[in-house]
Design a protein around this ligand. Structure first.
Ligand SMILES: Cc1ncc(COP(=O)(O)O)c(C=O)c1O
Length: 422
């Protein structure tokens, strides 16, 4: 830790809230310190470790890769595990999706998807949404909405932001679905149709678990399709089981053109992908968009094991059961005056905290984060204004462990209310 603190770039999150706890081992939904102190992980490394820690299928496949002795071949040579992964991806995607571009991070997948759309159409402008989070590399940051994290940097100017239902219109007011759909319709009536693609999350996560209705998604897709806009769905957070399906767009019967996925795809190692029709992903020439570690055997192997586990069906169904527990247990918090909303999406929840005038209260979320850590439960602050307490349990969590942790959380929140800390 001392060495990390000394040398690590301060742009990394590690010491944002003081010194973090150092973990040495992990099993299932728990992380353990050197002294075997046990913590319940309700963060999953930002929606990555959906299968928990040291899952048996992961351990087995790592051994297989170890036996080959090959950890890197580069992109000019293929490898056994990349080959296997393509077959598995093909088996879980809709029939119009039959080509894949592997990358190393969510941001890189997002950049790949917009480059693919630009190359395919010959147009450059992109549509994104208020509250949207698509990453931090220059291209993906351009599509991310949060001005605070963009301002110091040079980002693309050819992005139009459409309003997204449930995100902030001004200090206290949020956009309604009707307003958002009207905006989109008017945009295409009043402007030249110069955009080539739109990127959208079917439920925003980083912005604080914001989930519009199926009707909104169906209507906005209709508008985009009518105007020949390539629809890119960002499934980097929601994909690979988190919302009760392989991909969240499947919950709403939507047909995107390109899909970006990452995070839980390997449930651990750096890996992401753009999935799309060969019409788009096989149009561009070899080498025009490539990177050194693309299709790395170990990352691909971990993704194969993850997909095998999800294909058994039980874990994906658990996301819905976790949702029921979160909704059922947390609904009581709607009566607390300093909580404006409790929202859930699949195996994830966001609890939004406000001051009496309705403005964002991020300090209470920080306080609860610290209190929960003292109770050996890891949660974290998120949302557009850092005033949302995020709960992102792994799909393998024992229901009793989840229920008990929610009891602890609710008790802590009630204590704060009683002590009149707000
Ligand atoms: C929806 C979404 N898109 C893109 C990203 C960026 O992914 P990465 O941090 O792997 O670059 C994230 C990360 O949280 C995300 O949640």
């Amino acid at each position: 830790m001392r060495i990390t603190k000394k040398y690590e770039s301060s742009a990394v999150n590690t010491f944002k809230n003081g010194n973090p706890i150092e973990f040495f081992t992990g099993k299932g939904e728990f992380l353990y310190t050197k002294n075997k102190k046990k913590y319940l992980d309700l963060v999953c490394g930002s929606a990555v470790t959906n299968l928990g820690h040291s899952h048996i299928s992961h351990l087995k496949i790592v051994k297989k890769v170890l036996k080959t002795g090959i950890f890197h071949t580069g992109t000019r040579l293929t490898n056994e595990f990349r080959e296997r992964l393509y077959t598995k991806l093909n088996s879980i995607t809709p029939s119009n999706i039959n080509s894949f571009h592997l990358c190393n991070s969510g941001s890189e997948a997002v950049e790949t998807s917009i480059k693919a759309a630009q190359y395919f159409t010959g147009k450059k402008n992109i549509i994104s949404f208020s509250g949207g989070y698509h990453g931090r590399t220059a291209g993906s940051l351009s599509l991310t909405h949060n001005k605070k994290i963009k301002e110091p940097f040079n980002t693309f100017r050819n992005i139009s932001f459409f309003p997204y239902p449930g995100t902030f219109k001004n200090k206290n007011k949020k956009y309604s679905e009707e307003e958002c759909l009207n905006f989109a319709s008017k945009y295409f009536k009043s402007k030249k149709k110069s955009a080539c693609a739109a990127i959208i999350e079917c439920g925003q996560a980083v912005s604080g678990i914001i989930l519009p209705s199926q009707n909104f998604f169906l209507e906005i897709f209709k508008i985009f399709k009518k105007n020949n806009i390539i629809i890119i769905v960002d499934e980097i957070w929601n994909g690979f089981g988190r919302t009760g399906n392989y991909f969240s767009f499947q919950n709403f019967n939507l047909k995107p053109d390109l899909i970006c996925a990452g995070k839980a795809m390997s449930s651990s190692l750096p890996l992401s992908v753009v999935l799309g029709p060969s019409k788009i992903l096989k149009k561009w020439p070899p080498g025009i968009h490539t990177s050194t570690f693309q299709g790395n055997p170990l990352s691909c192997a971990m993704a194969c094991a993850t997909i095998d586990e999800l294909s058994k069906g039980k874990l994906i169904k658990r996301a819905n059961k976790i949702n029921n527990i979160l909704r059922d247990k947390l609904s009581i918090l709607n009566d607390i005056h300093f909580i404006s909303e409790v929202r859930t999406h699949g195996a994830g929840a966001g609890i939004e905290f406000v001051y009496p005038d309705g403005s964002a209260n991020s300090s209470i979320v920080k306080l609860i984060e610290r209190k929960m850590l003292k109770r050996n439960i890891i949660v974290y602050a998120g949302g557009e204004r850092n005033n949302v307490l995020m709960l992102i349990p792994p799909l393998i969590i024992k229901f009793n462990n989840l229920k008990n942790s929610l009891k602890v959380l609710i008790k802590e929140i009630y204590l704060l209310e009683k002590e009149n800390k707000i």
